[in-house]
Design a protein around this ligand. Structure first.
Ligand SMILES: NC(=O)C1=CN([C@@H]2O[C@H](COP(=O)(O)OP(=O)(O)OC[C@H]3O[C@@H](n4cnc5c(N)ncnc54)[C@H](OP(=O)(O)O)[C@@H]3O)[C@@H](O)[C@H]2O)[C@@H](O)CC1
Ligand SMILES: Nc1ncnc2c1ncn2[C@@H]1O[C@H](COP(=O)(O)OP(=O)(O)OP(=O)(O)O)[C@@H](O)[C@H]1O
Ligand SMILES: [Mg+2]
Length: 373
């Protein structure tokens, strides 16, 4: 499957003839791997060497999206957990979690407050919803010791599941309640100790901006700030205002300063950096700026990050193949897919385009690049 599409349109535009010769050499020399493994490994290598700023996003998408293999069991295409959903926000965690499923993850969990859980469950029976988080207003009569017990209980509830997750997405619709954020800090610390990749978005970025040590130096962390969230990060971490004359240098510095955490700066073009280089995704999306598009993006990045890591593991088995940062590939793929889906949705719905319309076009957009059969 991958070979057929890899050798056609997108991949051939990516590969020079020298690369194709290398591919053929790899195919001859790598015994014991399937042909699709070999091609994918080579594609990863090509992508890692690309010098241009604009990412070859379609090739990335095609490369990291796994084929639908009948021998795989439920869960192997990804188990994602979204931490978010409180009294104010139920849409954001739903958008993120359902996008993960629509792209191809097998299971999508949401960890939220009890009130939000009922609402999120009513949006979709596909999601597995855990009503474990607590906000201060709900425990206002509880003393400090009682609060510590509640916090411990939340952590142990989460612990039961954590090792199963391929990626954690922290923040869509999380809110900013201090008690809730303290519990989420502990969840993040636990996830980091277990090497679970963490995507941080929305109010998760509010938390991380004020406690940067939660992600600092963690190579499996991705931050996806919008304009405001980026401004707050720059002010806190670099101690200055955003400089639009030095967009790339600033993003590189920010990532380096946080220990090479990958940052996806959302905007007219999405900019992605892991502190080594900056890549952009400028595929035309939609002129509609309705809320929730960032939630689709972060849910998508969570899945693609996992897929890119799986793809890299195959590449690492062949020592001659250089390693590509899967967090960067995940961001490129998520950004490109969201933009393509937004463009398709806008074509149909024009001014009335909403986030749910974009979600409905995720499958079609991915299918156009990496067909299921
Ligand atoms: N349906 C739901 O449940 C959704 C819930 N969501 C959740 O909400 C939580 C908070 O996230 P957030 O994005 O609203 O917070 P933040 O970025 O501080 O913006 C606050 C205000 O800043 C402004 N502003 C925004 N962009 C700007 C720009 N480019 N340039 C200039 N100004 C700009 C604008 O206000 P304005 O200044 O226009 O009045 C905006 O309202 C978070 O958990 C998130 O996940 C969302 O995901 C949406 C769908
Ligand atoms: N000015 C723009 N032109 C084109 N696309 C944009 C523009 N701004 C953002 N986008 C696209 O929309 C996506 C979401 O970015 P946005 O800044 O709306 O995030 P957000 O504020 O976090 O969204 P949410 O409402 O979900 O919280 C980005 O990945 C980007 O692809
Ligand atoms: Mg957002």
């Amino acid at each position: 499957m991958f070979v057929k599409h890899g050798m056609n349109s997108g991949f051939s535009s990516l590969a020079s003839s020298a690369v194709l010769r290398r591919q053929q050499f790899l195919i001859r020399s790598l015994k014991g791997y399937s042909v699709s493994d070999k091609i994918r490994m080579e594609a990863v290598k090509c992508l890692s060497g690309g010098a241009s700023l604009e990412a070859n996003a379609e090739s990335v998408l095609r490369t990291i999206t796994p084929s639908l293999d009948p021998t795989r069991h439920k869960g192997q295409a990804g188990k994602i957990a979204v931490i978010g959903g409180c009294r104010e926000y139920t849409g954001a965690p739903y958008f993120a979690a359902i996008s993960a499923l629509k792209i191809g993850a097998d299971l999508s969990h949401v960890f939220c407050t009890e009130g939000a859980a009922t609402v999120i469950k009513s949006y979709s029976p596909e999601l597995i919803v855990h009503p474990i988080l607590e906000e201060s207003y709900n425990i206002s009569g509880v003393n400090d010791e009682g609060k510590r017990d509640i916090s411990k209980k939340i952590l142990s509830e989460f612990d039961k599941w954590m090792e199963r997750f391929d990626c954690l997405l922290v923040g869509p619709g999380l809110g900013r309640d201090p008690f809730l954020l303290e519990c989420v800090s502990k969840i993040m610390t636990r996830a980091r100790q277990s090497n679970v990749p963490i995507v941080v978005d929305g109010d998760g970025l509010f938390l991380v901006t004020n406690s940067i040590e939660l992600v600092s130096g963690y190579r499996l962390a991705v931050l996806t700030p919008n304009v405001n969230e980026y401004k707050r990060l720059v002010q806190k971490v670099l101690g200055c205002d955003v400089n639009d004359q030095n967009t790339h240098g600033e993003l590189l510095s920010l990532s380096k300063q946080i220990g090479n955490v990958t940052i996806l700066r959302k905007g007219k073009s999405d900019l992605i950096s892991d502190g080594e280089k900056v890549q952009s995704v400028s595929i035309y999306g939609s002129p509609r700026r309705c809320g929730g598009q960032g939630d689709i993006l972060s849910g998508s990045v969570a899945v693609f990050l996992f897929w890119a890591r799986q793809c890299n593991s195959a590449a690492e088995r062949e020592s001659t193949i250089s390693r590509t940062n899967p967090t960067v590939l995940g961001c490129i793929a998520g950004s490109a897919l969201l933009r393509k889906a937004a463009a398709l949705a806008f074509e149909h719905k024009k001014r009335s385009t909403l986030t749910t319309d974009i979600i409905e076009h995720l499958g079609q957009s991915l299918e156009a690049i990496s067909p299921a059969s």
